[in-house]
Design a binder for this molecule. Sequence first.
Ligand code: NAD
Length: 256
Amino acid sequence: MTTNENGNYTGKVAFVTGAANGIGRATALAFARKGAHVVVADISEQGNQETARMIEDLGGRVIAVKCDVTRASDVKAALSKTIETFGRLDFAFNNAGVEQKNAATAEIEEEEWDRIVNINLRGVFLCMKYEIPLLLKQGGAIVNTSSGAGVIGIKGGAAYTAAKHGLIGLTKSAALDYASQNIRINAVCPGYIDTPMMGRFTGGTDEGRAKVIAEEPIGRMGKPEEIAAAVVWLCSDAAAFVVGHAMVIDGGQTVQ
Ligand SMILES: NC(=O)c1ccc[n+]([C@@H]2O[C@H](COP(=O)([O-])OP(=O)(O)OC[C@H]3O[C@@H](n4cnc5c(N)ncnc54)[C@H](O)[C@@H]3O)[C@@H](O)[C@H]2O)c1
């Protein structure tokens, strides 16, 4: 067992990538509110430091590490720093990701394909590769961020969709590899969530936002905190029998 069922994470350590903004920041804060020590990791130092400050303001313990998830050396260094500072790792939220430039499949530049797959899929593999040996010591949980694009096709988004579908396959296989060793590995698949990434996607205009909201049966975008709540739950003992699951949290978008 990793926590009690109320999700009191006092004494636990959570590692969050893509923590400088959006879903990662909200989840880092949610872990801190549950009493966990948090390691915030992001390629963007400024936003990452800001997230750390927000956790300190809550009275939480946190370190901010600059980490490009596509570089094994960065991932290893960030996890070494985690152990050096807090002595253990219990939860990892592999969430760093980037959106694709909208383009039909044949129009996607090879470099763009590689960039998207490298960050959104290989980056998560690298994180798990170096997190798992640390989690094996006392057990724990990993949650990876896929997307609605992990379960349906997206016109103009083949590279992103392929990476996010691949991430669910990676999650399921890894979950099977470690289920008997007290590490649970799951994924979340957010719908349209109001984050800086969504701002870029919609162009930040009322018209762009309205177009996205029109695809949401619930009639609004999701909030980063609504994904954070699911991640924190997936890491808790209340989810002790949840293994290899890709949890869709999307206001009904993909069940239409
Ligand atoms: N916002 C949405 O509607 C939505 C929907 C489905 C899935 N997602 C996924 O959720 C995750 C978080 O998205 P968000 O909306 O919070 O995005 P965001 O752009 O607001 O935040 C993503 C963070 O990842 C960081 N990042 C990018 N490349 C990195 C790298 N190589 N190494 C380390 N950090 C890196 C960025 O600096 C940023 O802080 C992503 O994986 C995204 O694909 C988002």
